[in-house]
Write a protein that binds this ligand. Structure first.
Ligand code: ZN
Length: 135
């Protein structure tokens, strides 16, 4: 994880809320401590470990529908996706070691603009959306 990240450090996980009104995203360590406390039926300790959720994902219905869980799963994966995307886009898309000046993702030459749907460009745009920082 990047040291200067402003978001809650990963890894994140999610669980269905007590009362089943939403899925909640938490740092995974808190969920593990919560589950461990529940395993010994220490409900007071369990609620202490959860604290404030990173987010709540509500569905249209009660109990929450599949989209609420899918949204929670996607949000919980965000720190992992962010790190993977940083690693993918951190290096030049041109494979100098192979002696080529073609983009590995869209096959455009290094003096040409990338294709509009070039995964390298899409990855850079997603990083900007996630961090607000131009890389
Ligand atoms: Zn490209």
């Amino acid at each position: 994880m990047t040291q200067n990240a402003k978001h809650t450090p990963g890894e994140w996980g999610y669980k269905i809320a007590l009362g089943q009104k939403s899925f909640q995203v938490y740092p995974i360590e808190r969920i593990k401590k919560y589950n461990a406390s529940l395993a010994i039926k220490d409900y007071e300790a369990a609620s202490k470990w959860l604290g404030v959720a990173i987010c709540h994902c509500y569905g249209r219905n009660l109990p929450p529908d599949q989209s609420a869980e899918a949204n929670a799963r996607l949000i919980a994966a965000a720190p992992d996706l962010l790190e993977a995307l940083k690693k993918i886009t951190d290096k030049s898309p041109y494979a100098e070691e192979r002696g080529t000046d073609y983009c590995l993702f869209c096959n455009m030459r290094d003096w040409q603009p990338h294709a509009d749907d070039c995964p390298f460009l899409l990855g850079k745009a997603a990083l900007f959306k996630a961090t607000g920082e131009q890389s």
